[in-house]
Design a binder for this molecule. Sequence first.
Ligand code: NAD
Length: 340
Amino acid sequence: MTVRVAVNGYGTIGKRVADAVARQPDLQLVGVAKTRANFEAQGALVRGYPLYVAGDRAPFDAAGLRVAGSVADMVAAADVVIDATPEKVGRANAGMYAAAGVRAIFQGGEKADIAEVSFNALANYAAAKGKRTVRVVSCNTTGLARAAAVLTKAYGVERWDATLVRRAADPPEIDRGPVNGIVPTLKLPSHHGPDLRTIYPDLAIATSAVVVPTTLMHVHVNHVRLVRPPPTTEALVAAFRSTPRFHVFAAWEGIAGTPQVMEYARDVAHGRPDMTANVLWENGVRVDGPNAYFFQAIHQESIVVPESIDAVRAMFELAPDAASSMAITDRTLAGPAPAN
Ligand code: NAD
């Protein structure tokens, strides 16, 4: 069975999701929809993706961009739409998908009640089986949910405090700040902990956040009190290292911070130079009695991309379990692009 997938919204997340869909053996990319006739629309055509228009088609025709149809045409040709439009636009689009009888996946900018389930592949893959609407949680919540999957299963979490150091903007965004400051998010706790509880309802976690002038990644500073702590720091490092979607750098690799993480991603990339795994440092993990401490870095532009693919597989029951779906997704995203 091949599931026909449309991507509505072709920005930071939508572009990457479309590329990921195009690489899957069991998914077919119907096309992508854009509101604006700009370089990204041109880029979609260069990649060979059918381009649909959400809104006024005239600027696309004026620019000579080849248009396949309206967003409604795209939705009608799909089994599922991955909505990657900006925050709150997904909610406005939800009626269109429902009226067309098409399933939908929304992103973390939407509130949890937009979908039947909030999703993370490691944490609750089975909960999305057969669902018609799924929400892939945000980049920070995805990073926390993956870590929670490791910690809750192996050790139990009594109490978790996390401080999120958040990037101010994505690399192409020239109209966002700050450029010289550290801006605390004056909401305590920040929304990330409550968002994680859409997947782990009973988890005792409190988060706070500060925004810093960087575009590369977020960094989480974690202190977790464990119920059944591992005997050693090495055991916790090994637990992270042996879990899919974690990348643990060893000390000899000389990765001092997020600039080197993303340089590494650029060095090894077959497709987009992204880092879809939670990034940990071997020397940035410590177990002290019941307390575990670890840093993790999150590439906000790409971490939710494999999750969106696994969400499709879960909804259409294309794979028996999370591990099988994640293995296909991770293998196809790491390798060379398929010939088309
Ligand atoms: P973005 O602004 O980079 O891209 C959104 C795209 O949708 C733009 O190209 C915009 O022109 C287009 N668009 C606007 N209205 C539209 C409409 N009605 N129909 C079709 N397209 C429309 O946004 P993004 O960063 O990709 O975020 C998309 C979603 O993913 C949001 O829910 C966001 O919260 C979530 N998310 C973002 C990040 C991140 O760090 N960028 C990480 C995880 C999740």
